[in-house]
Design a protein around this ligand. Structure first.
Ligand SMILES: C[C@@]1(CC(=O)O)C2=NC(=C\c3[nH]c(c(CCC(=O)O)c3CC(=O)O)Cc3[nH]c(c(CC(=O)O)c3CCC(=O)O)/C=C3\N/C(=C\2)[C@@H](CCC(=O)O)[C@]3(C)CC(=O)O)/[C@H]1CCC(=O)O
Ligand SMILES: NC(=O)c1ccc[n+]([C@@H]2O[C@H](COP(=O)([O-])OP(=O)(O)OC[C@H]3O[C@@H](n4cnc5c(N)ncnc54)[C@H](O)[C@@H]3O)[C@@H](O)[C@H]2O)c1
Length: 167
């Protein structure tokens, strides 16, 4: 697979839609909540994390399975993260028809973009991608860099924009 170029996109005002609310979708929802305030999750069943985030008003959880033709046309980005590969492919097809950016967690060949591992602190955001061939490599490096960023290596010399504005 060719190397992917890391784009750092402002998602604040953009509608993000996630199908599925299990292990993988919840991990990604948790990551996305730091970047967007417009997140809708469609799933008949949701993890406690997603349910709590919905109760606290951080996202909208629609307790519904995917239904053909209903993907919001104004969605900027869709994650197909159900545990049904056929459903994920249907979601991909509809997004293609509607020209919506789509990621399919069960099939790397259907991804317009790959979901990164993320290590972040303050204004620093590090996205990690291993090209879609070796997911464990992506995880190993995400864990290493997260540790470095949140613990040992992130020293006072690394300033955030709020630090700079205070200076
Ligand atoms: C980075 C991270 C972000 C995240 O997921 O949050 C991520 N995968 C992570 C971990 C992970 N994924 C899988 C395992 C078990 C591996 C094993 O057992 O060997 C582990 C390891 C683990 O979980 O320990 C299984 C798996 N993954 C994909 C498929 C389908 C396929 O390859 O077609 C299958 C088979 C599913 C099945 O069996 O059906 C596909 C994708 N996974 C991606 C991202 C995209 C680019 C990855 C890259 O950078 O190369 C890509 C291509 C598309 C996408 O989904 O965007 C996260 C690590 C960071 C973190 O954990 O924080
Ligand atoms: N990309 C990755 O990193 C990665 C890693 C492991 C697994 N996977 C893939 O992710 C898939 C999901 O795994 P999981 O562990 O999150 O599953 P899970 O069983 O924990 O959760 C599945 C979720 O999908 C929802 N769902 C099922 N049918 C639906 C439908 N028609 N419409 C909307 N929502 C629906 C369920 O309600 C549930 O919330 C796996 O099948 C596998 O292919 C991807």
């Amino acid at each position: 697979m060719p190397k992917k170029f890391p784009l750092f996109i402002d998602l604040t005002e953009k509608k993000v839609v996630v199908y599925g609310a299990g292990v993988i979708a919840s991990r990604r929802v948790e990551t996305l909540l730091a970047f967007t305030s417009s997140l809708t999750v469609f799933a008949p069943e949701a993890s406690e994390r997603v349910q709590r985030a919905a109760e606290e008003g951080y996202l909208v959880w629609k307790r519904e399975a995917y239904q053909e033709g209903t993907i919001p046309a104004d969605a900027f980005m869709v994650l197909a993260a159900t545990n049904d590969a056929w459903v994920n492919t249907q979601i991909w097809k509809e997004c293609k028809e509607k020209h919506i950016l789509v990621n399919v967690c069960s099939d790397r060949d259907l991804c317009d973009f790959q979901f990164p591992g993320i290590a972040s602190r303050g204004d620093l955001v590090i996205g990690i991608n291993a090209g879609g061939q070796d997911h464990r490599l992506a995880k190993t490096w995400t864990d290493k860099i997260k540790k470095e960023v949140t613990e040992d290596g992130f020293n006072n010399q690394t300033k955030t924009s709020s630090d700079i504005s205070k200076a």
